[in-house]
Design a binder for this molecule. Structure first.
Ligand code: FE2
Ligand code: ZN
Length: 379
């Protein structure tokens, strides 16, 4: 049961009531009802907050769970709340600030239009013009894929590129992953075979959420790049199949002579509103499920539907990466693959590096809202 305390009836709520609420009436504003524990926890005073860093200092466990104010009084343009053991002062501006902080989020996934290919931005423009740089990062955030054209084709150039916004995410195998035909390679990517859409490192509990695919040279016939918006595909799964893919854990493995990765996890993670936040898919790395497990049959039907949708040409974006094209993908959303190519027809060499999507998006936020030119990373 919840009780309400307002300016007129402060302290009248019955002792022992839990989840009490407090009505805040700032001058010239409609009253808002807020939870009492929330109000106490967000006291902006210098003893409750470390001012320079905005960090909490007080612990919510230091107040009783059934806390109610003793008295509310108007104070200048704000409201003073007497909690008995502490006095807090709140203003309308404070309420606007904390609400805007509470509503902050990473960019919303924007649906790909018909015939989508990742937006392209010139490397020199991204480096020189802060507006183009932010437009590139915004496109990456909303579509989960963007291309920088005309990038340096020296091996290793992708590392300073991503480090402009975020540190690379190191994984076993290599810091920078070379993709070319390699007879002693540890992955089907090291052949000229077609690669079905997948995200890398499904064999880790936390696969990196961002990936760069940097084409250094592409003189081969074939080998077009394939992308799939995994979140759009998940939206087209049946409800029952989504539930199975989000609950039955399955294992993936990738190994070489020097590294071993293995992890078991459901293919899908959803948020509380039923929106996908992470699709994990790698046909090449999936390990056998236990055939005697009762989940295996139903799971395979769901997996069949997922695989059918991911490999349906109408759900795929096909395009060619040429030497100097650098593709950035949000790996938890966007799957990548390629068509078969002819190694005899010419050289094809791609490099990969990983990073975290939120690091890049938060650096874009900082560049847009907080940082002056002197505070920019690596400039
Ligand atoms: Fe890959
Ligand atoms: Zn305080």
């Amino acid at each position: 049961m919840s009780t309400t305390t307002s300016l007129s009836d402060a302290g009248s709520a019955p002792v022992g009531a839990r989840s009490s609420s407090v009505t805040l009436s700032f001058p010239g504003r409609p009253p808002v009802q807020v939870n009492a524990l929330w109000l106490r926890d967000n006291c902006p005073c210098q003893s409750c907050r470390i001012e320079a860093t905005t960090e909490h200092r007080t612990l919510i466990s230091q107040t009783p769970v059934d806390l109610i104010p003793v008295r509310l009084t108007n104070h200048d343009d704000g409201i003073r709340v007497d909690w008995g053991t502490h006095q807090s002062e709140y203003s309308a501006g404070w309420l606007d600030d904390v609400r805007s902080q509470a509503q902050r989020d990473l960019p919303l996934a924007q649906a790909w239009p018909q015939g989508f290919t990742p937006p392209r931005f010139g490397y020199a423009d991204i480096m020189r013009d802060p507006d183009v740089e932010l437009a590139f990062l915004d496109a990456f955030g909303s579509f989960g894929a963007a291309i920088a054209t005309g990038t340096p084709t020296e091996p290793g150039s992708l590392e300073p590129f991503i480090d402009r916004w975020a540190p690379p995410h190191e994984v076993p195998f290599d810091r920078i992953h070379d993709v070319y035909v390699n007879p002693v390679g540890y992955n089907v990517a090291h052949t000229a075979e077609a690669l079905p859409p997948h995200n890398d490192m499904a064999s880790r509990i936390q696969p990196p959420s961002g990936q760069i695919l940097h084409m250094l040279v592409n003189d081969a016939t074939g080998g077009d790049t394939i992308l799939v918006d995994g979140f759009a595909v998940v939206a087209n799964l049946s409800e029952a199949h989504r539930a199975l893919l989000a609950s039955v854990p399955v294992a993936f493995r990738q190994f070489s002579t020097t590294s071993e990765t293995w992890a078991r996890s459901p293919l899908l993670r959803m948020d509380r509103n039923g929106n996908p936040v992470h699709l994990r898919y790698s046909n090449q790395l999936l390990q056998a499920l236990d055939p005697l497990d009762l989940d295996t049959g139903p799971w395979y039907e769901a997996y069949h539907q997922l695989s059918t949708l991911l490999t349906d040409r109408s759900n795929q974006s096909h395009f060619r990466l040429n030497g100097g094209d650098l593709l950035m993908v949000y790996g938890h959303r966007v799957l990548h693959g390629r068509t078969e190519f002819s190694p005899a027809s010419g050289e094809r060499h791609l490099q990969d590096i990983y990073f975290e999507f939120d690091d890049v998006m938060n650096e874009a936020y900082r560049l847009r809202h907080l940082a002056g030119p002197a505070q920019r990373r690596n400039r």
